[in-house]
Structures are given as C-alpha cells and as structure tokens.
Design a protein around this ligand. Structure first.
Ligand code: MTE
Length: 467
C-alpha cells in the first residue's frame, strides 16, 4: 500500500466542524471509548486508517472570478479547475492532488457539479429549513432540519460520489458530446452523516402502487427546480445505503455540496444525489422533472446532438436513464507532465490510481497493461472502506458508524503496481482496467453517446521519451 493512502497520526488532528445553531448531536455509543469528538472538536481516531484527512489548503476566500456571479458570497479553493467557465460552478481537482488527499476528500477539493446558482442558506436559518415527504403516502410529513436531527437516528457512512460525466473529456476528443469536459477527477469520497432515507419513508408509509421517490432541490434553474427520482424499493433497502445527509467529514455540508441537506444515493451516478433538498414526492411513475428527463441518460450511440435536440422520443424513454455507476478506473501516477529522470531513478516506479464499481459492487481486480492490452498484470488493491468495517460499530462525526447494516461497498479503492523503470522507459503507454465482483470489466472500446456519460473504457496514459 502506498504511503499516500492512509494519513499519518499527526495528519489526523483537527475535526473541522461549523458550529451552526445545531441541536446537540446524538449521545455517544458505549463502543466509542477509543474515538469521540471532544469539546475541542478534535477527532481521536480508531487507529490512523479511518481518520479524517488533514485540512489541505490555506483558508479559502471568495475568489475574484466568482465576485461578479450569483455565487459571489461563497469562498472556494483556487486549486479547483473550472470546467464551464466562471458560472455555474463545475470543478474538479487536479487528479494527482485528489489522489494525494487519500481515501477521504476534503471539502475544499471535492468535485462540484452545480446546474445553477448555489442557494444561500444562513446558519441561523438552518434549524428551520423545511422539507416535505408527500405524494402517495399515508402520512405526509413536513419536517424541519431540527426535527430531522432530533427525531431520527443519525448514521455516518463513507461514500464515494461520482459524476456521470467523469472522464467525458475523452468522449469529447473523439466526437463532441453535449456535455462539458470532465477529466478523471469528477469523483470524491467523504464520510456522510444523516438519516437513512428508508427510515423517513417508513414513517410516511408509502401507499400501494407507489414505486418512485422523486426529489427536488431548492435551486431554481431555467427549466424549474433541479429534481430526479430513484426506485422506492431501492430507497427502502438498507443495503443500498441511501440517506439524507447534513454533514460531510464531520462538518456541516458546504454550500456547494447542498448545505444544509442533501440526498446521498451511494453507488449511483452523482446526479441522483439531490442537493439543497426541499421535497420528496412518492409517485407511481419516474420523475417528470426536466433534469430527470433531459440529463443523466445514455442514449443509443447513433443519436446525434442535432437529432437528440429535436426528438423528445429518445429522452422520454426511461430505459435510457442511468442509475448504477459503471466499473471504472484511472491512473493518477504517472501524473500529467510528471518527469522521471531515468539515470537517477530508483529501480522501480509505482504506478497508481483509483477504481470504483457501481451499485455497491466491489472491485475485485485491477489490471495494468504495458503492451496495449495484449497482456495484463494484476495490481494490488487497497480498500480503505474495510477499515471502517473492521473498526466495528461506533460514533463517528455525530452519527453511528455500523457497516454491518450496509453490506455493499460504496467507496472507491486505490491500486498500485511496481514497474521496473528500465521497462517503463521503453513503453509508449500504460493502460488500466478494473473488474467488479459481478465480472463487469471495463471495455476496450468507448461507447460514445450524445451526453457523454458513464465513459469507462480502459484508461490510458502516454509516456513521452526525451533526450
Ligand atoms: N442537486 C441540485 N439541487 N442541483 C444540482 O445541480 N447536481 C447533481 C447532484 N445534485 C445537482 C444536484 C449532479 S449532476 C451531481 S454529479 C452531484 O449533485 C454533485 O454533487 P457535488 O457537487 O456535491 O459533488
């Protein structure tokens, strides 16, 4: 395992938490004697491996480009790469920075996908933030944020979120899609704390015939509020781990990530995890929200940008909506423009990166090829998520961490493979591919589609020789 994966003891010191006007956190469990949040808000860890990442940046500030936009009140990290000009804010970290963060991504470098302006919610307004559970339910609910914290069990889980557009840039290079160019850093991991979605739904009691949970956020966009849906039976399944979260890595959600409340739908494309959540509507049909229909779909590959814009029949077909993530992987090192002087180099170079599966399926192998896919070598895989499982039930970040309640695997893993420098200096490129426990293997060829989503062919980097 590479040293960059697990933070060291000194690196685990500060648990940063916004002390908004929050109701008290639930009492510590009896298991929590090795780890608890003390009055100084530091986190004593259960061994270094499940610690929170250290703050990675200097204090963030409102950036110059944001000042003239509706987000001009919002401090952000200048290291993030803007993918859609200045506004709305759609960003990823440089891939090597993201990788260096380790298993948990700090909020400063967590990728952001915003369709519009960020709703501004002041700390003093949070306890009264209202949301509803309505539609086909016996007991419609209107709850405040405060009630959600007081009346429901709080859970904490590590979860990796991935934008369906992750790696879209490669599609755009082949043929322009209708989407903007994500590199391979549209993916991040955090400890999310909140309420299990199924607990709320059981209280509201879905009626017979109800099949979908529609979600709507507070961000008003040109085509209405952002919204989408997932299946009700998924939401009721504890192993799918769906939750309404209010904390990320122990602190209040940052505005870009849905402050004060968001859905977190593990194992599925990030587009289902609605931020700034205001409404859950239980229905017999999938969401009719514009963003559910015209976003997050993989249309058949022959549909062209011109045709798709004109023909609603492609969009109205729920078969093309995407949910579970596809198996994917990327190489973080060698990094872009990294240079290696062969003369002074140690004998081996460690090639490394990340991989993830969809729908809670675990990555079971990662393979690297130095000869364009003729032969493959097995890389070592590290599943940091397992250390949370092994740690047993405990209080973490104001919620109960109990991985036994959720058997599936919803996090990325890291992989690495040592290659002799003498060999590396002779190859033109390095490929990586991953396979999950259901034998879903990343394909050799790209499936181009008009929105450029779920791109997951073998990931390739090229190596140039100089001198
Ligand atoms: N929720 C709302 N209300 N508005 C949005 O624009 N974007 C979605 C999802 N939830 C979005 C939203 C998309 S496409 C993704 S990939 C994730 O949020 C990104 O979450 P993040 O910005 O916290 O990483």
């Amino acid at each position: 395992m590479s040293a960059t994966i697990a933070p060291t003891e000194e690196e685990t010191k500060q648990l940063r938490r916004v002390s908004a006007d929050l109701p008290p956190t639930p009492p510590e469990s009896e298991h929590s004697d090795t780890e608890r949040q003390d009055s100084n808000e530091t986190l004593k860890t259960v061994g270094v491996d499940i610690a929170l990442p250290p703050p990675t940046s200097p204090p963030i500030a409102v950036l110059e480009p944001d000042k003239k936009t509706p987000d001009g009140w919002l401090p952000r990290d200048p290291r993030l790469i803007r993918l859609t000009g200045v506004h709305p804010f759609n960003v990823e970290a440089p891939l090597s920075d993201l990788y260096n963060e380790g298993f948990l991504t700090s909020p400063e470098l967590f990728y952001v996908r915003n369709h519009g302006a960020v709703p501004q919610v002041k700390d003093e307004e949070i306890p009264d933030w209202e949301f509803t559970v309505e539609g086909m339910v016996e007991h419609p609910l209107r709850l405040t944020f405060r009630e959600l914290l007081e009346q429901y069990d709080q859970k904490t889980y590590p979860i990796t979120l991935v934008c369906a557009g992750n790696r879209r840039k490669e599609q755009n290079v082949v043929r322009k899609t209708k989407g903007f160019s994500w590199g391979a850093a549209g993916v991040s991991t955090a400890l999310f704390t909140g309420v299990v979605l199924g607990d709320l739904l059981k209280k509201a009691k879905p009626k017979r015939g109800a099949r979908y949970v529609c979600m709507e956020g507070a961000d008003k966009l040109p085509n209405g509020y952002y919204g989408t849906s997932v299946k009700l039976n998924w939401a009721l399944d504890p192993n799918r781990g769906m939750m309404l979260a209010h904390r990320m890595n122990g602190e209040m959600l940052r505005p870009d990530h849905g402050k004060p409340l968001r859905a977190v739908i593990p194992g599925q494309i990030g587009g289902r995890s609605v931020k700034w959540l205001k409404r859950l509507i239980i229905t017999a049909e999938p969401s009719d929200n514009w963003y559910h229909i015209y976003d997050n779909r993989v249309l058949p590959t022959m549909v062209s940008p011109e045709e798709s814009a004109n023909d609603p029949k492609w969009w109205m077909d729920e078969r093309y909506a995407i949910y579970d993530l596809s198996t994917n992987s990327a190489i973080a090192y060698p990094a872009h423009e990294e240079q290696l002087c062969v003369v002074d180099a140690p004998s081996n170079y460690r090639v490394k990166g990340y991989a993830y599966g969809g729908g809670g399926r675990r990555v079971t192998r990662v393979e690297v090829s130095l000869d364009k896919g003729k032969t493959w070598r097995l890389a070592k895989i590290d599943y940091a998520e397992d250390r949370y499982r092994e740690a047993g039930p405990r209080q973490l970040c104001g919620g109960e961490l109990d991985m036994e309640l959720r058997e599936n695997s919803f996090c990325w893993c890291f992989w690495n493979l040592d290659i002799a420098v003498s060999e590396l200096s002779e190859v033109g490129d390095i490929f990586v591919r991953a396979m999950d426990e259901s034998m879903n293997l990343q394909p050799r060829d790209m499936y181009w589609s008009v929105l450029g989503m779920m791109n997951n062919p073998w990931y390739r980097i090229t190596i140039a020789k100089e001198g």
